[in-house]
Design a protein around this ligand. Sequence first.
Ligand code: SAM
Length: 238
Amino acid sequence: VRLFVEHPLQALQTIPLTEAQSHYLFSVMRMGEGAPVLLFNGVDGEWLATVETAHKKRGALACVEQTRPLHLPPDLWLMFAPLKKARTDFIVEKAAEMGAARIVPVQTDFTNADRIRQDRLQAHALEAAEQCGGTFVPEVSELMRLDKLLEGWDASRRILFCDEDLVGQGRWLDQQGAGRDTGPWAILIGPEGGFSAAERKRLHALPFAHPVSLGPRILRADTAAVAALTLWQNALGD
Ligand code: SAM
């Protein structure tokens, strides 16, 4: 069992568990005192702990030793237009598994969603990090309008603009001299309706945005997000 906790992790430290974590460990998993649990908090790496108090509501663990140091992901953001709930959840989960450093929901001209449940999406990112063995949890940002985000953009972070109009034309990072540079980077995926003409014009004119193709077919937005993260990891990830 692996858990994210909001406590400093160091040898001999007692870690109080939330009611939900206590329920999971002691009612669902039926763990008893002395049982091992892996912990991470996004800062101190991964730690082995053992059950100190197996209380079904207010359990506690005792930190034993560090099992892995903190591994920070490369500086890659995934920006995507939120879709229906289940598909948005899927994108957040996969982005956390694939090691995105930050997940940025953006409202584009053709985005249907005008709000997101940031806390719920953050919880999905956390669960994905617990599950995939990551020692870091990507932050899920508030929903922001794409044009506003681009206004204040730091030009040193280049955008891989996944442009469905380039379907079948050329390949991923070979295009537009995006090369094999280290970051910081951001991947931008549009909504099911694609980008508007005005957005495409603006993105094509930005010196730090590189239009890229994801291959010979038009992918659904959630597939496109996973494909782009995978291609990025293959070319530039660690
Ligand atoms: N409505 C658009 C159309 O039919 O032409 C398709 C939009 S696609 C479902 C959603 C998003 O996935 C796009 O905005 C783009 O960011 C990305 N995408 C999908 N397939 C792509 C491809 N072959 N190349 C680049 N981006 C792609």
